[in-house]
Design a protein. Structure first.
Lengths: 240, 240
DNA sequence: TTATATTTGTGCGTATGTATA
DNA sequence: CTATACATACGCACAAATATA
């Protein structure tokens, strides 16, 4: 295909060639030729083309749709998500004139594991309410979150969230007028299969993973949460 | 393979079964049976097993080595990387009794593009020094960074970095005794092929992507940087 | 040190399923 | 209903890296 490229697998060369095609078109190419045509053009088997397309899908450059074709992804700008002591999902989203919504996915009562007990200042095994939720902006899924609350202090937190779709309002219903975020730990990973299902994203999407602790006005921990934000839809902004 | 699972692809079922095997072993399983054995056990073609293994590799659960076998990844704990106004890579790393090192990968002189000019408060096309570097802790690559500095104010910044391996010391050599970080924007993505080469990581690794601006004591922007941290080696910690 | 076997990686051919146009 | 286009699955063959006798 190219001179002096003996040691490189064909599917890599095909992937590079397709990437170059897209770059060269400068945004003009919206759809890829069909797999059979690409296989013919590069003189390889259709499987080899498919492997190349698979990696380009993983890179977020292409999106294949069964029965329709393979399309070049135009990536939308990320929503900025300022994180600070007073971070609230709904406020962040409404501030960008988008429509926020929180949906209860699942909930349960469970004993505190070591890291959560430590974060919340509880004894090991203390009863917690676990709340799995999804956050949406303008109907587009943005993130999944798992939150733990001390069950004794917040007996009705799950019901309150189910009704209001907002952690802030659910906490208010349980008597917490104000709270602030203490620490946010940020990492990243591939989306889990279960989250991918809810977020309606590719199985190999990348998520920003955060762990954070919220404190009430008396500096008592009230919530430990673990959120997964779709990395191609959100960008976190920290001011220091 | 399992009753009542008609609509699910075989490779998915195999992937789920392997994931369950690993979970069930509770860390005891270090190596997977060979592909042929798995194909026999699950009564599928070897390609089907390979596809399942491919997704588990993408999830970071497995690592295949040609000629040796397929191994279960034990994931090492991430290094905490506190980010604040006074974030310095070397201080962060030494604070955890690890040995930091910065290496100059490439450099160049180029005109400011619109976003960089805006971030640095320069006119469009103003001359910049671009500095590509790699940061290492204990000999293990941690991140790649691209930094831009106003070329007129910092004519010798590249040489100073090449000599010291530290942005802080290079800026000091150029007359900046102190600086602070203004804003950090955090997202995530798959590693680029070029970065994967330098970081010696899998081609499908996930990176935390940050964009940040540093200011000198007079609040003048002195540096715009774009860093890519390997997400499985580092966790950023923001205190708010 | 040298063969040989083992194990993963690549590539092709073929067939069939499923969603879309 | 038919043709198109991507998705899944199997079988075969050989290459490349590693392990073992």
């Amino acid at each position: 295909m190219i001179a002096g490229d003996e040691g490189i697998a064909r599917w890599r060369k095909v992937a590079d060639a397709i990437r170059a095609m897209i770059d060269d078109s400068r945004g003009a190419m919206e759809q890829l030729p069909v797999e059979a045509a690409l296989a013919e053009r590069f003189q390889v088997n259709r499987h080899t083309v498919r492997r190349a397309i698979a990696v380009l899908q993983a890179e977020g450059i292409l999106r294949a749709e069964r029965g329709r074709g393979t399309f070049v992804e135009r990536r939308p700008a990320r929503i900025a998500y300022p994180v600070g002591a007073r971070t609230r999902f709904s406020e962040n989203i409404t501030a960008q004139s988008r429509q926020p919504a929180g949906r209860l996915i699942a909930s349960g009562r469970e004993p505190a594991t070591a890291p959560i007990a430590a974060a919340l200042g509880l004894r090991l095994g203390a009863p917690l309410h676990r709340l799995e939720s999804m956050n949406v902006a303008d109907g587009l899924p943005m993130s999944m979150a798992t939150s733990w609350f001390p069950a004794e202090r917040f007996p009705g937190i799950v019901a309150a969230y189910a009704e209001t779709g907002s952690i802030t309002r659910a906490l208010a219903a349980e008597g917490v007028d104000d709270y602030r975020r203490m620490e946010t730990r940020v990492s990243a990973a591939r989306v889990s299969p279960a989250d991918a299902e809810h977020l309606a994203c590719p199985a190999d999407a990348v998520v920003l993973v955060t762990h954070s602790v919220n404190l009430d006005a008396e500096e008592r921990p009230i919530q430990f949460s673990h959120s997964r934000f779709l990395a191609d839809r959100i960008e976190m902004v920290f001011r220091t």
